[in-house]
Design a protein around this ligand. Structure first.
Ligand code: AMP
Length: 420
């Protein structure tokens, strides 16, 4: 019987994996430049961690988590997001006691039981970054500048950052009450979900696509910020403007999770269809304390890797081989096999196939692999200690010594001064 993957879980195959590697490599390189270090967090956590961090009424906790009871009766959940785990690790390992500021990034799979569709899976991957221990606007701005640099490196020209401020515990409660009163007065015309949100989490009413028209005149947080939050937001935007990082103000953006305060943002990219969010994040100053840690500020983001890949138009051409080794006969095969190892050790990406194949079939395979050069090792040349190197683009051929340095020189004329 054929066994298929679970719905919403999928294989990521070559050549698409080449795009994934590039995305991850660029993230590692750029984030490191901004002072971030990688953290690896478990896939499985106690359920209460997410319930407490994301909020009992968030969509994730209410209906999307893969939760099961372990044999000892403990409720466990496959991580639906990374921030809660990073903060748990930060507290549990006492990192705050060693470092006044921690800048951490992670890459990895997340699990949410959503309805699968284009760009939406039940196992998906995120690249995320968190700064713990700084509440100043400079670090929010730096995070967004870093994102912008990352998108430039990827060539993701359509990415746009939307930004908002969600206030804090001194100004949000009054605003929330005002929004609740606004929605209460229109309760009958609002959808069932919004009626429920009215009781549990009124801010999320602004998120509702169905009722968007009906709540067009709803009060928004940025008109109700306290002095300190308004100043913080102004400073973030001023820094971004000075760095020419374009952000669009979106006063209706509330983000799904309870823990956000002040700066909130989303990355929107073209070509993603209905799921146009490529990432999001914001400030979460109360989260560390609410998970039992000290009162330490936090800010971070998570990007969806599948969405970035989609926005980059998916698959790039398979990366080319530098060289294809075509031995003709058994003795040539043994010599070419050793040569292959020597050249790979020097950084060449090459392929070699058995000596019993004909020259014609070797050449077909080399073309299929997109090899830039083919080294034909035949008996006559082998006796002279040479081989024939063919440039697949120009079709030019020349005899070359069977020596790794000579071959490298011929392949990389610009770096080594040689040419075919
Ligand atoms: P969130 O933590 O919900 O803000 O998600 C951050 C980013 O992760 C989103 O903007 C998406 O790019 C990505 N993401 C979230 N859920 C999924 C999913 N089910 N499938 C694919 N990507 C997702």
């Amino acid at each position: 019987m054929k066994i298929n993957a679970v719905k919403g879980f999928r294989d990521i195959l070559p050549p698409e994996t080449e795009v994934w590697s590039r995305l991850e490599d660029d993230a590692r390189r750029i984030f490191r430049g901004y002072g971030y270090a990688e953290i690896r967090i478990p896939l499985l956590e106690r359920t209460e961690l997410f319930a407490r961090a994301a909020g009992e009424t968030s969509d994730i906790v209410e209906k999307q988590m893969y939760t099961f009871e372990d044999v000892d009766g403990v409720s466990l959940t496959l991580r639906p997001e990374g921030t809660a785990s990073v903060v748990r690790a930060y507290i549990e390992n006492g990192i705050y006691g060693r470092e006044p500021v921690s800048k951490l990034f992670y890459l990895g799979a997340m699990f949410r039981r959503e309805r699968p569709q284009k760009g939406r899976f039940r196992q998906f991957y995120q690249i995320g970054a968190e700064v713990l221990g700084r509440d100043d606007p400079l670090v929010d701005a730096e995070l967004l500048v870093m994102l912008s640099d990352y998108f430039s490196a990827l060539g993701l020209v359509t990415a746009r950052i939307e930004i908002n401020s969600l206030g804090d515990s001194s100004c949000r409660p009054a605003y929330r009450e005002e929004l609740r009163r606004f929605a209460e007065a229109r309760r009958a015309s609002l959808c069932a979900d919004c009626n429920r949100r009215l009781e549990t989490n009124p801010l999320r009413i602004l998120d509702c696509k169905e009722d968007a028209e009906k709540t067009r005149d709803a009060p928004v947080m940025i008109d109700h910020l306290c002095e300190a939050c308004a100043e913080h937001f102004r400073a973030v935007r001023e820094r971004l403007a000075a760095e020419s990082v374009a952000v669009t103000l979106n006063p209706r953006m509330v983000r799904g999770l309870d823990y956000y305060c002040r700066t909130a943002f989303e990355v929107v990219a073209e070509g993603l269809g209905a799921q146009n969010a490529a990432g999001g994040g914001g400030r979460y100053d109360g989260l560390v304390a609410s998970l039992g840690g000290p009162s330490v500020a936090g800010v971070g983001f998570a990007l969806g890797v599948e969405r970035l890949v989609l926005a980059l138009h998916g698959v790039e051409a398979a990366s080319e081989f530098d060289l294809f080794l075509a031995p003709l006969g058994e003795r040539a095969e043994a010599r070419a096999f050793r040569l292959a190892r020597e050249l790979r050790r020097r950084g060449l990406r090459l392929e070699i196939e058995p000596g019993r194949k004909s020259l014609k079939s070797h050449m077909r395979r080399a073309a299929k692999l997109g090899a830039a050069f083919v080294l034909i090792v035949g008996d006559d040349e082998l006796a002279r200690g040479t081989a024939v190197l063919r440039d697949m683009r120009s079709q030019a051929q020349a005899e070359t010594p069977l020596d790794p340095s000579a071959i490298l020189r011929a392949l990389r004329p610009s770096q080594t001064g040689g040419a075919l």
